[in-house]
Structures are given as structure tokens and as C-alpha cells.
Write a protein that binds this ligand. Structure first.
Ligand code: THU
Length: 141
């Protein structure tokens, strides 16, 4: 399967789950779809809460599903939001994505019509802190 067909699959999965978002407060539905190291797709939507800070982003849901289903690496991730602006992942989600990514991991940002822009994880979170930092510390702490 070519690159475009694979990206189309990721977009379709994110768009389908975006429609299931629980967003009674913001009315801002977001969908996220991850392709893991085995080629499997895991999708999640934002789930808000009447106690506002307890709401969860779409990316967090997709990552939880990936891990629960046995995925361990994000090969690429696509986020879809409404409106004209780029729905880039929030700061917290950039760090969540970082845990399972490499600096060149693609982060596709889409609107209803398709992918608008593709970043790398390093574009969105330069000089990031990750699992390697802990590994390199050894017993020296
Ligand atoms: N949101 C996401 O789920 N992902 C993003 O990348 C940006 C923001 C959610 C959080 C909240 O439910 C709503 O969008 C408005 O901020």
C-alpha cells in the first residue's frame, strides 16, 4: 500500500472517532489516530467532564488505546479538529506523544477536508525530555 493510501486510512480513522467526541462544554470535537510499529491504527477522541480539568484530549485517548492493544511505538499520528486554524496538539500532548516517538515522527494536522500540514515531533517539541534522559542518568543521580 502506498504512502497516500496509508495516510488516507489514518485520516478516515481520526475523522470517524472525532464524530464520537464527548464535547458538551467546548463544542470542539477532536479525533486522533496513531499508526503503531506494526501498522495497526488506534484512534481516540476528546472526552470532556463537568469537572472541567478532568477532560482528556483525543491524543491521550489514542495513546491509551495503542498501549492497551500492545502497540509500543508511534510511527505516525494524525489529529483532526474543526475550524480554520491548525489543530496542533497541546503542550501536554506533545510530551505524551514524545514518550512513544522519535524526533522525526510525523504529526499530521488535519481539518475536515484533509491534512493541512505535517510537522515532525521535534518541530513541535524541540530539545525534548524523554525516556533516554532517564536511561543516561544511570546511578549518578
Ligand atoms: N483538544 C484535543 O483533544 N486535542 C488537541 O490537540 C487540542 C485540544 C481538546 C481539549 C478540549 O476537549 C477541546 O479540545 C477544547 O480545548
Amino acid at each position: 500500500m502506498g504512502t497516500h493510501a496509508r495516510l488516507d486510512d489514518l485520516f478516515a480513522a481520526a475523522k470517524a472517532v472525532q464524530a464520537r467526541a464527548h464535547v458538551p462544554y467546548s463544542r470542539f470535537p477532536v479525533g486522533a489516530a496513531i499508526r503503531d510499529e506494526a501498522g495497526r491504527i488506534h484512534a481516540g477522541c476528546n472526552v470532556e467532564n463537568a469537572a472541567y480539568p478532568q477532560g482528556a484530549c483525543a491524543e491521550a485517548g489514542a495513546i491509551s488505546r495503542m498501549v492497551a492493544e500492545g502497540g509500543r511505538r508511534i510511527a505516525e499520528i494524525l489529529v483532526i479538529g474543526p475550524g480554520d486554524m491548525l489543530c496542533t496538539p497541546c503542550g501536554g500532548c506533545r510530551q505524551r506523544i514524545r514518550e512513544f516517538s522519535r524526533p522525526d515522527t510525523p504529526v499530521h494536522v488535519a481539518g475536515p477536508e484533509g491534512v493541512r500540514r505535517t510537522f515532525t515531533l521535534d518541530d513541535l517539541l524541540p530539545a525534548s525530555f524523554g525516556p533516554d534522559n532517564l536511561d543516561s542518568a544511570g546511578d549518578a543521580a
